[in-house]
Design a protein around this ligand. Structure first.
Ligand code: HEC
Length: 240
């Protein structure tokens, strides 16, 4: 009996803990749904983030580890993805589901355009930077006028989040750089948050499945522990 109660209490604690994770991705306080212990990706944010990537980043940055067909994991149907790819031009042909997300600007030209700085592939950038999701957000919203005592290098911009504060990437986002199909207001901060969510997914597409399996495994182990305790008690009941 006592055992039953503690099992229920444990389960309740789990569910209460987990439920906080199902809030929408929000800007204030800065929070991405996927970051909660049991949090899964906010698919609406990922779809918006892909739109931002395609509109404001893909001219310079590739995300080579992804194929367009992978976008079905964002909750889009194959037909919807096919509609998207039909409007993306690669070497004078429309993209297909089997194309990788390449950049419009070849690396050789990029180096010349940005004084030797090459826009990195963004597939794994979130994993490659400490606190990657926040970093992408802070980088994209971190452009400022340089302080009076700072002299910028040629073709560089002042960015509060970038190590050294001088980056060769011009500020890629502005308010209303995209029009969201779901009616979300496209502020620079919203776009930065959404593309950070999208790039987090790109770096870790299996997060949802991993967390689900983990949760089931933990529940199973709790059950197994209770069973072992009950068995032990039963076996040793008659021993003085
Ligand atoms: C006009 C070209 C251009 C566009 C558009 C552009 N970038 Fe960049 N990006 C660059 C260049 C060049 C660099 C390398 C900067 C350097 O080394 O100083 C860079 C670097 C980066 C980095 C790496 C920073 C680091 O810590 O090393 C990230 C992350 C990034 N860009 C994200 C984005 C995102 C997200 C977008 C779209 C919202 C975007 N960029 C749009 C040119 C661009």
């Amino acid at each position: 009996m006592k055992l039953g109660i503690s099992a229920a209490a444990l389960l309740a604690a789990f569910l209460a803990f987990g439920s906080a994770a199902y809030a929408e991705d929000t800007l204030s306080p800065l929070h991405w749904q996927s970051q909660g212990t049991f949090g899964s990706y906010d698919q609406a944010a990922l779809q918006r983030g892909f739109l931002v990537y395609q509109t404001a980043c893909a001219s310079c940055h590739s995300a080579n580890a992804l194929h367009y067909r992978d976008l079905t994991a964002l909750g889009l149907t194959t037909e919807q993805v096919a509609d998207i790819t039909a409007s993306i031009k690669l070497d004078n042909r429309p993209a297909t589901l089997d194309d990788r997300l390449i950049s419009a600007l070849p690396k050789s030209q990029a180096a010349a355009a940005f004084g030797g700085a090459v826009p990195p592939d963004l597939s794994n950038i979130v994993a490659a930077r400490p606190k990657g999701t926040e970093y992408i957000y802070n980088l994209l919203t971190g452009y400022q006028a340089p302080p009076a005592d700072v002299t910028l290098m040629a073709k560089h911009y002042y960015n509060a989040a970038y190590p050294g504060n001088q980056i060769a990437m011009p500020a890629p986002l502005t308010d209303n750089a995209v029009t969201y199909a779901d009616g979300t207001k496209a502020t620079t901060a919203q776009e930065a948050s959404d593309v950070a969510a999208f790039l987090t997914w790109a770096s870790d597409p299996n997060l949802d499945a991993r967390k689900q399996i983990g949760l089931r495994a933990v529940i199973f182990l709790i059950f197994l522990t209770l069973l072992a305790i009950a068995t032990k008690r039963k076996i040793w009941r008659d021993v003085a």
